[in-house]
Design a protein around this ligand. Structure first.
Ligand SMILES: *[C@@H]1O[C@H](CO)[C@@H](O)[C@H](O)[C@H]1NC(C)=O
Length: 383
């Protein structure tokens, strides 16, 4: 039994066609009330992230995977929830929980979500996984090859919502998440931007996984049902250069979507990279990172944070004690580069820039001090 169907029956008795037995109604109410939502697992073996059945062990009893994250729902004026989430907001009593998990009410016409790059929010894996172009550029009207605008994924089943978000969250497809009802509504035909070819040239599909078939979903992202019809050529002239049409009344948004740091679950391989040497400077391996984890784990090298090279040292592995995160004070005290430092306030002139020509730059003066005071590590005056 699909959750969304039962759910609608509970809340909107006039949907007579969505009849479900008293027993099922009771099941859903009990599930929602006792926070054992979702009703059953539709998690596939290939889905990213910790297994849902272990959530209590992984995150703590009653703690949701997104609880401590900076993600937040964009509410309507007056703090109201978008229509498809109204019921979820009132029952679950927490807009973030409702937006992250549902259950959404799209009248069982399904939904689609896009993740696009968001300012001030690290896109992490998003840019390597773009899969659509908006129907407002010439390239997107040429077929489905153009896919530079974001990542799109949806389902014709409302209850797949929780699983699409959970999987994308742990894949770190991070950004601004915007979802709308109607993967393909048979009832409201001309109210259907995606399936009518007005919105994006393509969108990936996830199917509904019936109860007791969890894990068995090689076809959860069944390619044959991906939307790949491209954009409707009839609207090219009118839509090019303009925002694509959306039915705002049935859309909603979450900002800062996605797991901000690499996540390792129980059972994952989580170990430091023995070959890692920061900037190829002898001695700057994961042990060196571990002497100043609070600063060094956040630094970047070749496009990745150092915590990704040294997850164990940086305390990201399950079962690590918090102590690992503490800085080793003492001899190294004060001997760290100031990450905020910018010579003459020029954006690219940070300590890394100083370190590229230490002989010339470390003795220069800025703000009354020589640059080696701001950048002792890069100037090699620490050890
Ligand atoms: C295309 O549509 C998107 C979504 O509405 C919008 O953010 C973007 O600015 C549009 N692009 C152009 C070139 O108008």
């Amino acid at each position: 039994m699909k959750l969304s169907v039962i759910f609608l029956t509970v809340l909107v008795p006039s949907h007579a066609r969505l009849y479900a037995s008293q027993q099922h109604r009771r099941q859903v109410l009990v599930a929602l009330a006792s926070t054992t939502f979702p009703l059953y697992s539709q998690q596939c073996d290939r889905d990213e992230g910790p297994r849902v059945e272990n959530d209590a062990d992984t995150f703590g009893s009653g703690v949701k995977y997104h609880n401590d994250s900076p993600a937040f729902p964009v509410l309507l004026s007056g703090g109201k929830c978008a229509d498809p989430l109204k019921a979820a907001c009132s029952i679950r009593n927490d807009p973030k929980l409702a937006y992250m998990e549902g259950p959404i009410d799209c009248g069982d016409n399904g939904f689609f979500c896009t993740v696009t790059e968001q300012d001030d929010w690290e896109p992490r894996e998003l840019l390597d996984n773009l899969n659509f172009g908006y129907c407002n550029r010439t390239e997107a009207f040429d077929g489905t090859e153009f896919q530079d605008d974001g990542h799109c994924h949806g389902s014709d089943d409302d209850s797949a919502y929780y699983w699409v978000l959970r999987d994308h969250w742990f894949r770190q497809y991070n950004g601004r998440l915007r979802c709308c009802c109607n993967w393909d509504s048979e009832e409201v035909d001309d109210d259907d931007p995606l399936s009518n070819g007005l919105f994006t040239n393509r969108c990936d599909y996830r199917r509904w996984v019936p109860e007791r078939q969890e894990g068995d979903c090689r076809n959860a992202n069944k390619a044959v049902k991906n939307f790949e019809d491209g954009c409707d050529p009839d609207v090219e002239a009118q839509q090019t250069g303009n925002p694509v049409p959306e039915n705002d009344a049935v859309c909603w948004e979450i900002l800062n979507f996605g797991q901000p740091k690499p996540f390792f679950a129980e059972g994952d391989v989580c170990k430091d990279d023995g070959d890692f040497i920061f900037k190829k400077i002898p001695g700057r391996d994961c042990d060196w990172v571990g002497k100043r984890p609070s600063v060094r784990c956040e630094r970047e090298y070749e496009g990745k944070d150092l915590m990704e090279y040294c997850p164990r040292t940086c305390g990201l592995c399950p079962g690590d004690d918090e102590g690992k995160q503490e800085d080793d004070d003492g001899a190294l005290d004060g001997c760290i580069d100031d990450l905020e430092f910018r010579f003459r306030n020029k954006e690219d002139r940070d300590c890394e820039w100083v370190g590229r020509r230490p002989n010339v730059r470390c003795q220069r003066i800025w703000d009354g001090q020589s640059l080696e005071i701001f950048c002792p590590e890069s100037c090699g005056v620490c050890e």
